[in-house]
Design a protein. Structure first.
Length: 297
């Protein structure tokens, strides 16, 4: 059974200025990531603006992404507010040839923890394929609690959890209670090194898009036992994290990629592009991270 491990970039979805999907840029962006040392991609996560796309668009992104990736692992988010819609897209992701489905916890309404557990068990029961849970309460409005690990242990096809809550103690509990071989992945960028030190199998974060070298070096340092180097690299990564937090997320991720020479398109309304002042802030944070030197107009 597939289990993710290593560094995964939570990549943006490129849109044209008019809001249409830009499939050409999507392919080019994936080709760029394949030239880095990261292990895989998370497509249509929070940085991928999945909640701003309709079903047809999301299926199109699945097809383009599956056809473009050559060397990396590919994990695609099928999450929706309803189990029915999530399962329908999960089937499409499986058929397209991804390595795993990830599904953000149901959002807007507030199911019980039992309801959330059944949500994931229903997905794997319907598609018979590796599935990951995705905990991001700041966006979803719901949260996954560590007790769910007892439910996840009932089905080995639930292979992992991306935890983006930002609570180190809770992340540690997820890790400690995880079934054997289960992949708890750090989803909060600021906790990347801490999560690895606690025993996470890897990181699945947006800053790996704009600082892949820092992230892969951090992961290797932690795996080799050089915790001091890993924590020093976290300091550099924190500058990249501050860069991507400028303006309306994920506009700064797209701009940070673009100024490095990898155009990532525009955000979709009602999200807003960065102002000129915000662009300068992003550039300064990238310089402080050692990602870029000078940018010439």
């Amino acid at each position: 059974m597939y289990h993710p491990e290593g560094v995964y970039a939570a990549m943006p979805t490129p849109f044209r200025r008019n809001g249409d999907l830009d499939n050409v840029l999507l392919k080019e962006l994936m080709a760029h990531f394949e030239e880095t040392d990261i292990d895989g991609l998370l497509v249509m996560g929070t940085a991928g603006e999945f909640a701003l796309m309709n079903g047809d668009e999301r299926r199109k992104v699945v097809e383009v992404a599956a056809g473009a990736v050559k060397k990396m692992d590919l994990i695609i988010n099928a999450g929706s507010a309803s189990s029915r819609e999530t399962i329908a897209l999960a089937k499409h992701i499986k058929d397209a040839g991804a390595d795993a489905v990830i599904a953000v916890e149901p959002y807007f309404y507030h199911p019980t923890q039992e309801g959330i557990a059944h949500h994931y068990l229903d997905i794997v029961g319907a598609i018979d394929f590796p599935v990951m849970a995705y905990n991001i309460p700041s966006f979803a409005g719901n949260r996954i609690m560590p007790d769910i690990m007892d439910d996840f242990a009932m089905d080995e096809r639930i292979v992992g959890l991306k935890d983006s809550e930002g609570d180190a103690a809770k992340l540690a509990e997820f890790i400690n209670r995880a079934p054997r071989e289960f992949s708890v992945m750090v989803g909060m960028d600021t906790l990347a090194s801490t999560g690895l030190a606690l025993g996470a199998k890897g990181m699945m974060i947006g800053s790996a898009c704009i600082a892949p070298r820092i992230c892969t070096e951090m992961y290797r340092a932690m795996c080799s036992g050089d915790h001091c180097k890993a924590f020093e690299l976290q300091k550099s990564l924190n500058h990249a994290i501050r860069a991507m937090q400028v303006g309306t997320f994920p506009a700064a991720i797209k701009y940070a990629l673009t100024v490095q020479g990898f155009p990532a398109g525009h955000v979709r309304a009602p999200l807003q592009e960065l102002s000129d002042d915000d662009r300068v802030k992003v550039e300064n944070h990238l310089r402080n991270a050692g990602i870029i030197e000078e940018i010439f107009a």
